[in-house]
Ligand binder design. Structure first.
Ligand code: COA
Length: 260
């Protein structure tokens, strides 16, 4: 089992909670934290006792971005390598076949906003703040922000956030579609757990193929995406869980899915 210096990893009720734990640095992402996030999402994906994942932050921040102290003086190809390494780890969150919810408890800036966008669903505390302030530092988002933000909120709103570097509150993030829900701070983890349990009651392979169809489909033409969807629809017809789900409905009982 991996051990972690910069985050905590807890499993309860089939939910793995990954908590970035550098509160004195507002959970800024140094290289070590990014590597540990990669190990943690791999661990959560592989473990049989995990059906869903929550990503959150310790203290008053979710993640206040990349660790600026590591970026200063970076050379072009070191910077490119850093960007690619972070992108690759965040992509593992996005492609995880188990549902991943970002429970955004505070500042989600720069890389914090970017990893939240790589999660499947975002639930924000009323105190959360979002932004891509990289241009204030003379850089641009390097962990997927220029690509995922317009996909989530549209080109105009994304460019506004990217070019101004402004911070928006949770209500504004909800209004523009950057987050799915806003809840009271005390209810944040509970709300994420309730949503994950709702998802985890469904057939795991069907959920996994929804994630894959939406992710891959967004990069395809409509015709290609519809073909992918039909193929996934066909694939699920081979599962025990499809028989289970339909029999349970017709017999007016709750299904018991086994992920096969
Ligand atoms: N990288 C490195 N350290 C960071 C950091 C980051 N992205 N964000 C915060 N910290 C550190 C601060 O340097 C400070 O450390 P110190 O106590 O050793 O001086 C500590 O976290 C607390 O931050 P502080 O700025 O004092 O808190 P604040 O409440 O006054 O401001 C923010 C909060 C989030 C507005 C401010 O920290 C900030 O703007 N952070 C940078 C955000 C950013 O640009 N992210 C994108 C990076 S590419």
């Amino acid at each position: 089992m991996p051990s972690y210096d910069f985050l905590t990893f807890d499993v309860a009720d089939r939910i793995a909670t990954i908590t970035v734990n550098r509160p004195d640095k507002l959970n800024a992402l140094n290289a070590g934290t990014i590597a540990e996030l990669g190990a943690a999402i791999d661990d959560a994906r592989m473990r049989q006792d995990v059906g869903g994942i929550i990503l959150t932050g310790a203290g008053r921040a979710f993640i206040a971005g990349a660790d600026i102290s590591e970026l200063q003086g970076q050379s072009p190809f070191v910077a490119k390598g850093r960007s690619r390494a972070g992108q690759e780890v965040f992509r593992r969150f996005e492609m995880c076949p188990k549902p991943v919810i970002a429970a955004v408890n505070g500042f989600a800036l720069g890389g914090g906003c970017e990893i939240a966008m790589a999660c499947h669903v975002r639930i924000a505390s009323e105190h959360a703040k979002f932004g891509q302030p990289e241009v204030k530092l003379g850089i641009l988002p390097g962990y997927g922000g220029t690509q995922r933000l317009p996909r989530l909120v549209g080109k105009g709103r994304a460019l506004q956030l990217l070019m101004t570097g402004e911070m928006i509150d949770a209500e504004e993030a909800l209004r523009i579609g950057l987050v799915n829900r806003v809840v009271h701070a005390a209810e944040l983890l509970g709300a994420a757990q309730i949503m994950l349990k709702q998802i985890m009651q469904n057939a795991p392979l069907a959920v996994a193929l929804c994630i894959e169809a939406v992710d891959r489909g967004l990069g395809m033409t409509l015709e290609e995406g519809l073909t992918l969807e039909a193929n996934h629809f066909g694939l699920l017809a081979a599962t025990d869980d499809m028989q289970q789900g339909m029999s349970a409905f017709l017999e007016k009982r709750a299904p018991t899915f086994n992920g096969r």
